[in-house]
Design a binder for this molecule. Structure first.
Ligand SMILES: Cc1cc2nc3c(=O)[nH]c(=O)nc-3n(C[C@H](O)[C@H](O)[C@H](O)COP(=O)(O)OP(=O)(O)OC[C@H]3O[C@@H](n4cnc5c(N)ncnc54)[C@H](O)[C@@H]3O)c2cc1C
Length: 335
């Protein structure tokens, strides 16, 4: 609201469930991708940015005039965020930034980038967040074709002697890793909300198909095997929905972000696995119609290609499951 948004006074995370759910329901594609990436790139600026940076960026992005992308991953470090290599050397009142960033969503239409760079030594303690402007000389951006729809503007970005004013530092030098990690909870929650709707779409489309398609003289739904597939889909979707609402309640009740790391990690894995199951079984129910980009199976054909983009970006399943158990081990060690 402070930055010109239309947030109602009693806004809470349940509004967010509706927002991301409805975008996914209509097959939001690039619009959903860009809105969610704005919602991931802005929080470090809002929480830790100077007033000058907030005034420059936040209002325009919140009101839809400009876009902001999140620039963390590199060809040699995706999961291993602490080991990114893009360097920012301080020279007087500018940083000189050199490196490569890979898979950056929305890169072609971004006006700004919330970028994680190395200002210090190795490891997490050497990382800082800088605000980059797309017009800064030395930034070159190219599109990467993707398995799913191509409207997310997934990009490869080269940073070649980019001069970034020191005033564009977000928060303090050396604290960038922490700023980005806390931000991941919200990102994973957002992804889970839209993934839950994508799973429901698979179920919905498959249910209608099973009710109408006749094979061997009877409707598909009259086969126990098909009903079992639909029941399994529904069971997993309802469990996911409950989990999303439980975590929304924790966010809304003011549970500290630091206490929600493993919860949000497990939630995102539950979401991508539910979606994977539902997309697989929906295509099976559609048969050949689920493999062509036309006709009644075209929605599940598209959703099937969306699955892996929910299982890898924003923390892959392997990394998130590991994160949750590592946190449990740390707690157990303190008992
Ligand atoms: C479509 C798309 C959009 C993206 N958007 C953005 C964006 O906007 N901004 C951004 O910064 N990044 C973005 N990314 C990058 C994304 O976050 C990374 O791809 C992801 O974190 C995985 O990193 P990686 O691809 O380097 O895989 P790697 O880290 O190389 O891992 C490869 C595989 O090994 C597994 N693995 C790695 N370490 C372990 C381990 N210790 N134990 C077990 N398994 C392990 C991983 O789970 C993965 O399956 C995007 C990626 C994609 C594909």
């Amino acid at each position: 609201k402070e930055f010109g948004g239309t947030q109602p006074d009693d806004y809470d995370s349940f509004y967010e469930i509706i927002l991301w759910d409805e975008f996914a329901r209509m097959g939001g594609g690039g619009v959903l991708g860009q809105m969610s990436i704005n919602s991931m790139a802005l929080p470090p600026i809002i929480k830790y940015g100077s007033q000058r940076i907030k005034d420059m960026v936040v209002k325009d992005v919140v009101q839809g005039r400009k876009q902001c992308s999140l620039m963390i991953s590199e060809p040699y470090a995706g999961s291993d965020v602490a080991n990114i290599r893009t360097r920012a050397e301080r020279k007087g009142d500018v940083y000189i930034v050199n490196g490569q960033k890979k898979w950056i969503t929305g890169g072609l239409i971004a006006d700004y980038f919330t970028a994680l760079v190395r200002t210090g030594g190795p490891g997490a303690g050497g990382l800082s967040v800088l605000l980059l402007d797309k017009n800064m000389p030395g930034i070159s951006i190219r599109k990467m074709e993707t398995q799913f729809d191509n409207t997310h503007n997934t990009t490869f970005i080269e940073l070649d002697d980019v001069e970034v004013p020191v005033a564009n530092l977000i928060g303090e030098e050396g604290k960038g890793f922490g700023y980005i990690m806390v931000n991941f909870n919200h990102e994973r929650f957002v992804l889970a909300c839209s993934t839950c709707r994508s799973s429901r779409l698979c179920y919905q489309e498959a249910f209608h198909e099973a009710m109408s398609r006749k094979v061997f003289g009877k409707k598909l739904i009259e086969n126990g095997v098909i009903r079992w597939k639909l029941a399994e889909m529904a069971r997993q979707i309802e469990a996911l929905q409950d989990n999303i609402e439980r975590i929304a309640f924790m966010f809304s009740s003011g549970v500290a972000d630091a206490a929600l790391g493993s919860q949000c990690a497990l939630l995102k894995v539950q979401a991508s696995k539910t979606f994977e199951y539902c997309a697989r079984e929906a295509v099976q129910i559609f048969g050949g119609s689920g493999l062509v980009k036309e006709g009644r199976g075209k929605i599940v054909e598209r959703l099937y290609r969306d699955v892996r983009q929910m299982a890898i970006p924003g923390g892959s399943e392997e990394i998130l499951l590991d994160l949750a158990i590592r946190q449990a081990m740390r707690k157990a060690a303190k008992l």
